[in-house]
Design a protein around this ligand. Structure first.
Ligand SMILES: Nc1nc2c(ncn2[C@@H]2O[C@H](COP(=O)(O)OP(=O)(O)O)[C@@H](O)[C@H]2O)c(=O)[nH]1
Ligand SMILES: [Mg+2]
Length: 251
């Protein structure tokens, strides 16, 4: 039986996720209730299939957005609704089977033990992980650690995380960026700046080949440009905050 919570929910942003989505959502439902999926203007019929699953499982809610607005925008929609219903924390995970649903209870327990912190997955890659993605991560992690003066971000990009909802909503309302693939790194850096400390937990990440049902919407040129612009503005923000960050590190 899944653990039932009135404070912590699983939130799955989803855009044309490929064949693994139903098994992914079922795996999350086996561990936790509630699970909310935000279908972000998908055109692959996944909304209907998920809505059908929701009629069989009361733990599942499917929120359907008419147009694609991006992963960050979908998370913001989900956490805004969750806050209105009294939830305080959201575990975000991908809809395409790459993230370890069996670790949901451990991540939630870590968050419940230290609710002021964010719980960040630290990816443990399998042999199939594309070298370009693994190395690209090192660049983003280097920047994120500099921008936070090494406050302890284990990984800037991995989307398997538990966020405290209130500070994240506040940050996203104050920033018009972080709505697409710039969401995950910008969220951790800005949460660190806001004083939310990271707790890192190792978590495997799987990469599937296309013939195994793997789908990725990450486009190297478009999204690396987005991430470069994101780190440029975070670096500016870092320079402005440098005195405060140094003071915090010394006290
Ligand atoms: N809501 C929403 N989710 C998205 C969008 N693009 C990707 N995602 C979700 O974000 C997660 C990661 O995206 P994916 O394309 O698998 O990227 P990758 O795993 O980094 O290659 C998956 O759960 C996707 O369904 C989007 O435009 N909107
Ligand atoms: Mg993926």
């Amino acid at each position: 039986m899944p653990s039932v919570s009135t404070s912590h929910l699983v939130l799955i942003p989803s855009y044309n996720p490929g064949p693994k989505v139903l098994d992914t959502v079922r795996a999350a439902l086996a561990q936790w209730s509630p699970v909310w999926v935000v279908v972000d203007g998908s055109t692959d019929g996944s909304a209907e299939r998920l809505q059908e699953l929701a009629t069989e499982d009361a733990g599942l809610r499917v929120i359907v957005l008419p147009e694609n607005r991006g992963k960050g925008a979908a998370v913001l929609e989900g956490i805004t609704r969750a806050a209105a219903e009294g939830y305080t924390h959201a575990l975000t995970m991908d809809s395409d089977g790459q993230h370890p649903a069996d670790l949901i209870p451990a991540f939630m327990a870590a968050s419940q033990a230290e609710p002021a912190k964010m719980v960040l997955g630290k990816p443990v890659f399998d042999a199939d992980a594309p070298a370009l993605r693994v190395n690209g991560r090192k660049v983003s992690n280097g920047w994120a650690n500099l921008e936070t003066l090494w406050m302890g971000i284990g990984d800037s990009l991995y989307g398997f995380r538990v966020y405290p909802i209130v500070p994240l909503i506040k940050i996203m309302q104050a920033n018009r960026f972080m709505r697409r693939f710039d969401f995950d790194p910008e969220a951790v850096v800005r949460l660190c700046w806001a004083g939310v400390q990271p707790r890192n937990i190792n978590a495997p990440v799987r990469y599937f080949r296309a013939d195994e049902g793997g789908v990725s919407h990450f486009r190297y040129l478009r999204d690396n440009t987005l991430l470069t612009w994101m780190h440029t503005r975070l670096f500016m923000g870092f320079l402005l905050r440098l005195p405060v960050l140094i003071f915090r590190r010394l006290t």
